[in-house]
Write a protein that binds this ligand. Structure first.
Ligand code: KG4
Ligand code: ZN
Length: 342
């Protein structure tokens, strides 16, 4: 049996473990969502999330081994998300991975969550032409990264307030549409007319590539109040389609500006919101207009998953990044000034 790596991801409210072979083949990728636990609160409750990770992690790791058809003794290295994320949730994964690596005397590679989202695009397309610009859209982040090399992922844009997924989730919560709101809006917006409610594009005063969704959110709340929109309103689908289209327009316009500034050879879309069907279609159309190759991971690699963690760790091992001295390894909640803490 060739090289095997086991990855663990617990940064937010998904407990995930995956086994990959040394040649980037995904042998298993088990993801247990906690959506049902957090749905009554309309958002992730950190304390409940970490407790649920503790309950699930052992079983999920076992399941990932079983599906991959191997035993712990056959795992040659471990990888874990170190941050950013919810600190209590991260600590469950980090502690579990430390225990496994220490007991089995194998290396442990700590991985940054944002880097692993970007790296998810290489699982199915290892030869993406570089430099590439990667748009990462998730519940916690809306950023553009410039990749000069696979492991050199430099942030060139971020959000000044809400992330795209957060904006979608908040409006869905306000209308009692369920949690997480992104997939619900994706489904309902399909039945609506995206041109029926007006949303002005937010403008950044400076020439920065940063995004902001607070203006769109305020505009959405104004429409909701004026048209008295609720979850049974006849124009609900039109409203959701218009709001979703506005969020996507902000993302694409920003990518257009970034492409002008950095002249990449390809563009990447990743993160949980990259599951959105209209965003996927519009992103491909944008790439075609700008004559760039576009890469979007399959939906299961967009939302939080451990396959992307193991995949990035494999590349780090291949490039000789020294594995952590794992008993000192600690989780971090924030990624300061773009690069993971040393
Ligand atoms: O990457 P992810 O699993 O976790 C973070 O790192 O944040 O992303 C979760 C986000 C949530 O905001 C969720 O509403 C959004 O991804 N999302 C979607 C879709 N599926 C998940 N947003 C829009 N359309 C979808 N189909
Ligand atoms: Zn994520």
């Amino acid at each position: 049996m060739g090289f095997r790596i086991l990855g663990i991801e617990t940064s937010c409210d998904e407990t995930s473990a995956a086994v990959l072979s040394g040649d980037l083949h995904v042998l298993s990728n088990i993801v247990l969502s906690q959506d049902e636990i957090h749905a009554p609160y309309g958002g992730v409750v950190p304390e409940l999330a970490s407790r649920q990770h503790i309950r699930s992690i052992g079983y999920i790791v076992e399941e990932s081994l079983k599906q991959a058809g191997c035993s712990l003794a056959q795992i040659d290295a471990y990888a874990v998300t170190q941050g950013p994320g919810l600190i209590g949730s991260l600590l469950v994964g980090v502690s579990f991975a430390k225990g496994l690596a220490y007991f089995n005397r194998k290396p442990l590679v700590p991985v940054d969550h944002l880097d692993s989202h970007v790296y998810s695009s290489f699982i199915e397309n290892p030869d993406i032409p570089l430099p590439a610009l990667a748009l990462l859209v998730s519940g916690g982040h809306t950023s553009i990264f410039l990749l000069e090399e696979k492991l050199n992922c430099r942030p060139v844009s971020r959000t000044r307030d809400d992330a795209a997924g957060e904006a979608l989730d908040k409006i869905a919560k306000f209308l009692n549409l369920g949690y997480p709101g992104g997939p619900v809006i994706d489904r309902l917006a399909e039945k609506g007319d995206p041109g029926s409610f007006g949303f002005a594009l937010p403008r950044m005063r400076d020439r920065s590539l940063d995004t902001s969704f607070s203006g769109l959110k305020t505009a959405a709340l104004t429409h909701i109040r004026q048209a008295k929109i609720d979850d049974r309103h006849p124009r609900l689908f039109d409203f959701l389609a218009s709001f979703q289209a506005a969020v996507i327009r902000v993302l694409i316009v920003n990518m257009e500006k970034a492409v002008d500034a950095f002249a990449p050879r390809s563009v990447i879309l990743c993160g949980g919101v990259a599951r959105n069907r209209k965003l996927r279609t519009d992103f491909l159309a944008f790439a075609e207009r700008t004559r760039l190759k576009a890469f979007i991971p399959s939906p299961e690699f967009c939302t939080d998953n451990a396959a992307m963690v193991a995949a990035l760790a494999l590349e780090m091992l291949r490039c000789g990044s020294p594995p952590a001295s794992f008993l000192d390894l600690n989780a971090y909640a924030r990624r300061e000034s773009g690069s993971p803490p040393a």
